[in-house]
Design a protein around this ligand. Sequence first.
Ligand SMILES: [Zn+2]
Length: 310
Amino acid sequence: MDQQGVFTGFNISYPTYTVVTPQTNRKLEVRCLNVSEVNKLKTSITTAVKIPEIINRVVFDSIKDKPEDLATLKQFKKAITSKDREALLYGIYQATFADTVEKLSVSCKECKASDTHSLVLSNIFNIEPFPSELVETYELSKAVATEDIGEDAELETISRIKKVEEKNKVSKKDSKLNILNRREEIVLPKSNITVVLRSPTLEMEEESITGKFALSKDLLELISEIIVIDSFKIYGENRELVNSVSNRTDILYGYQQLPLSDRQYLLDKYKELFSRYGISLVENWTCKECGEDNETEVDIFTHFFRMAIR
Ligand SMILES: [Zn+2]
């Protein structure tokens, strides 16, 4: 007689990828997604407000041997920033799909001629870690380089390590800083309003859109823009603090009143102070039509979904 036990699933060992989160410097191993997880992502596309929640769950589940302080999804969302998630997604992309992006649409900034490119992601990968211990900052690029074996790849790794070393010397005074506690005050040039910026965690991102199903798409976009704002500060004539605005609805209301150029200034400052710490995938290419040099940024989030819904 056949042995018929209870089927409890396969015992599969999935491909993994080691990632260092660039803003909080955690070394985490992620595994590839399975059929069920890709399917969840596919169906999440139809509900914009559900995307962060589902993607956070999937990323969290993909982390192997979770450290004690990241054991629950709640802890994970508090401790990881949205820029960190980009790096984790990159690792999951590598483990699940491939080291390539196929048929990327590009267009020349000069003559507007369009073209499609196929790229090797690890060749255009770069990471700028938030100042921290040197050893932990370049692991992701190291993992990338060993993946495609070749002398060029080895050299590439060395130059990346050097770059990080130099940068660390300059910013040594910042090395003890935790980006999760970092707040930066900027003064908007046109309106003279003081804004306190922060690097949003996954929890802040989710909270900002919870229960907002009925909102229009452009309002949702504004909400996702203001998650980098911790508060507005209003100072009196003698620089005494008159009011501090940290209620999310008030921040949204205030943000919508800002002059357009102040919005750009705010976004630029956020990039300079926070979001530049992360991974970047930038392809440099020369236009076949006019010879102009171009840079195209590959958004890992977009391509992740593109692959998931194929
Ligand atoms: Zn061109």
